[in-house]
Design a protein around this ligand. Structure first.
Ligand code: ZN
Length: 467
């Protein structure tokens, strides 16, 4: 993909291209019976590798990772239930959610009563199939629509077939790649999970966003180092942390990519600190784009931030969402399907993350070289040639963020640009960063960054420190 070498802003044609590949990734990946281990995970990772390369790690089953043990690898070939006339009443091949993930092999004719102990439905959502797993308890089960469950013959016998294999000598697979930054740069981790079967927003949207972000960031020069990891949730994050226990101490913070393509509101889950640079850059990004977002303060329920931010690591992790997990009724059901999400929603979140990364990358601090009053801007071509009135906008502090409109750089030296010049000169005391200035004014971070380049060229300010 051709990306401008220094661009965190997607053009219309870049957005369209990414939407096209996003759509085909959704349809290729959706049907695969992923779980925390197994060939469907490997196949999913190899589909993602076609967009952008990364390496694979295999952690043998039985390996101790902190308080956990990597389970035997699980592979599923087929699973169905036949009624007494031999009709398939449930078929895992029609929807991977029909089978409880990590079900043991089983082939037996059972009474309805015995079967009933292994059936899961959602009485409140009779047309949805629930998602259930049994990773660490040896059991089997099927999930089905409650409407279908009500029609089952209570007196009949059923033939249950689960053609599954547990490989004691198997392994857990995850993907990773590190994009090295420059000397003195910080280190961030960008993580997602790949263990859910046919569920679109939670969680297929995470891996697809992850690969699209990786593909773009590979082509942008950056100061910071970015570790991209794609793991099965919980056990995979623990495996990664266990293997990289020493080096993860250097990580400044990270992002967990999840639930980012649904029809619900934009949102962001804060880091456990709430005031980290990631919290600030995300808030500022929503503020200046004018996109309303739901703020979710850190909560101990959630995704892999539970592992990364645990006392032994304390890596602050944040997430930008579109229909956040737990917050929509289709969550973990068959209604979280390809009709629930859109590629365009995913690309919107991708753009927001890019604007966050731009802030992490370009958060310079400057010193004003003409601190004794204002320098003469007109002489330097930095003042509107035809003067007019400059109107100060009234700012209502409470609704301030709603009024802010993100603008791309305006080179006409009017309005916004002149304000940016004046604010930069006023605030550049060697201690105030671009992000500080963006937070304290109504000028977008990008406008400040572009303007700062101009002022450096003119010798009006000097770069004081790196992000
Ligand atoms: Zn989930």
């Amino acid at each position: 993909m051709a990306i401008h070498p220094d661009d965190y802003h997607l053009s219309e044609s870049e957005r369209n291209n990414i939407s096209v590949t996003t759509k085909s990734l959704f349809s290729d990946l959706f049907p695969l019976p992923r779980s925390i281990t197994g060939d469907a995970v490997r196949e999913s990772l190899s589909i993602l590798q076609k967009i952008s390369s990364f390496s694979l790690q295999e952690i043998p089953s039985g390996t101790q990772v902190f308080d956990w043990i990597i389970p035997p690898e699980w592979n599923i070939k087929d699973a169905y239930i036949l009624d007494s006339s031999g009709n398939k009443i449930l078929d895992f091949k029609e929807n991977t959610l029909h089978l409880v993930s990590y079900s043991i092999p089983f082939n037996k004719t059972v009474s309805f009563q015995e079967l009933n102990d292994h059936l899961y439905t959602l009485p409140d959502m009779p047309e949805a199939i629930p998602y259930r797993t049994s990773y660490y308890k040896k059991d089997w089960g099927f999930c089905l629509k409650h409407s279908q469950y009500l029609k089952l013959d209570r007196k009949a016998k059923y033939n249950v077939v689960i053609d599954a294999e547990f490989r004691e000598a198997g392994s857990l697979t995850y993907g990773e790649i590190t994009l090295p930054g420059k000397k003195g740069g910080k280190e961030y981790i960008i993580s997602t999970y790949i263990c859910h079967p046919s569920l679109a927003n939670d969680n297929l949207s995470g891996p697809i966003l992850w690969i699209q972000l990786l593909n773009i960031l590979k082509n942008i020069p950056h100061q910071h180092t970015y570790r991209f990891i794609i793991v099965p949730e919980t056990i995979g994050a623990l495996a990664y942390l266990s293997i990289n226990q020493k080096t993860v101490k250097n990580i400044t913070g990270g992002l967990v990519l999840t639930t980012n393509a649904g029809p619900g509101p934009f949102g962001f889950k804060e880091t456990y600190l709430g005031t980290h640079i990631l919290d600030r850059t995300i808030k500022q990004t929503f503020s200046e784009t004018g996109i309303p977002a739901v703020r979710y303060p850190f909560d101990i329920n959630g995704s892999d931030e539970r592992q990364f931010s645990a006392p032994g690591f304390r890596i602050p992790m944040a997430t930008i969402t579109k229909s956040k997990y737990y917050e929509y009724k289709e969550y973990h059901t068959s209604l979280d399907n390809l009709d629930f999400i859109t590629a365009e929603n995913l690309v919107d979140v991708l753009q927001l993350y890019l604007l966050v990364l731009e802030k992490l990358e370009r958060n310079y601090t400057y010193t004003n070289m003409f601190p004794y009053g204002e320098p003469q801007l007109g002489r330097r071509g930095l003042y509107p040639q035809t003067g007019g009135s400059i109107q100060q906008q009234a700012v209502d502090l409470d609704t301030d963020h709603k009024k802010r409109q993100y603008k791309t750089a305006d080179y006409t030296m009017k309005g916004n640009r002149l304000d940016a010049i004046r604010w930069l000169l006023f605030k550049s005391d060697g201690n105030t960063s671009l992000l500080d200035i963006a937070e304290q004014t109504t000028i977008s971070f990008h406008e400040l960054y572009e303007t700062a380049q101009l002022l450096v060229e003119q010798g009006l300010i000097r770069k004081e420190s790196e992000p």
